[in-house]
Design a protein around this ligand. Structure first.
Ligand SMILES: Nc1ncnc2c1ncn2[C@@H]1O[C@H](COP(=O)(O)OP(=O)(O)OP(=O)(O)O)[C@@H](O)[C@H]1O
Ligand SMILES: [Mg+2]
Length: 246
């Protein structure tokens, strides 16, 4: 991969097998399987997608529900293996894709900070030093010893974002999760993303808020039915996207 490339997606296709009809239990599943009655329908979530992101670029991914944005982010983060094609990245990556991924909902804020940080590969001493900063950025000091199953989705997002951006990753992936934060937290996140961008972090950002995408991203990639419909300067792409007719 070229030295100034952060993310290189080449001809990625992602197929999912979806059962044709509802199977109620595992017994029925095996009976149908043995009788050859189990039928799957193939669903192509990504269809020969190629995308190159240069180091330090901030790219917005837009597209309607179900167009394949999260699937693409999962392939890039290595959470999903594509059916065909390749996705390469250069450097460290902080993927913020699913709300609460990497957390244990029975554990407290404090326990989850240590757990999630360990999952991201930070050592315990480092987290002990940074602990207060994480808690304060997430504004969860009063909830330090509360099990996070009692949290609102905004609180979970704040905790996740605070940990994921604690150390400057080479690549930051943010899928929609900021949307559940209140406007004050969204402003804080945008500020932190800008700081990371200034420090050279490459950002891949999914949002249904076109305003936010226009504010943060230089380049926008529009995904439609699993294909790249258009890629180019943010404003050019969003203007056309906004005129999509139902
Ligand atoms: N594990 C899976 N098994 C089967 N189908 C899946 C799976 N994951 C995603 N899909 C399908 O792939 C398509 C794309 O989903 P994806 O989550 O990537 O969309 P999206 O663009 O992120 O949508 P949204 O804007 O709603 O978040 C959807 O039709 C979805 O049902
Ligand atoms: Mg999604």
């Amino acid at each position: 991969m070229d030295n100034n490339i952060a993310i290189e997606v080449k001809n990625v296709t992602m197929r999912f097998n979806m059962p044709h009809e509802k199977v109620d239990n595992i017994k029925e599943f095996f009976i149908k399987l043995l009788k050859g009655q189990l039928r799957f329908e193939e669903f192509v979530a990504l269809d020969n997608v190629s995308l190159t992101v240069k180091k330090g670029d901030v790219v917005g991914l837009i597209g309607l529900n179900g167009s394949g944005k999260s699937t693409l982010l999962k392939v890039i983060s290595g959470i999903l293996k594509p059916s065909s094609g390749t996705a390469e990245i250069s450097g460290t990556i902080s993927p913020l894709i699913e709300l609460g991924a990497g957390f244990d909902f029975e554990l407290t804020t404090k326990e989850n900070i240590f757990l999630n940080a360990a999952v991201l590969g930070f050592d315990r001493n480092f987290i002990t030093q940074k602990y207060d900063e994480i808690l304060d950025f997430a504004e969860l000091r009063d909830f330090e010893n509360v099990a996070i199953k009692n949290f609102s989705s905004g609180m979970i997002a704040r905790l996740g974002f605070s940990i994921a951006t604690l150390v400057k990753p080479d690549i930051l992936i943010v899928d929609e999760i900021l949307a559940v934060g209140d406007f004050i937290f969204q402003q804080k996140c945008e500020k932190r993303i800008s700081e990371l961008m200034m420090g050279g972090t490459t950002v891949l950002f999914v949002s249904h808020s076109i305003e936010q995408v226009e504010r943060i991203c230089k380049t926008v990639c529009w995904i439609e039915h699993g294909k790249v419909k258009m890629i180019g300067p943010a404003k050019e792409v969003t203007e056309i996207y906004k005129n999509t007719k139902a």
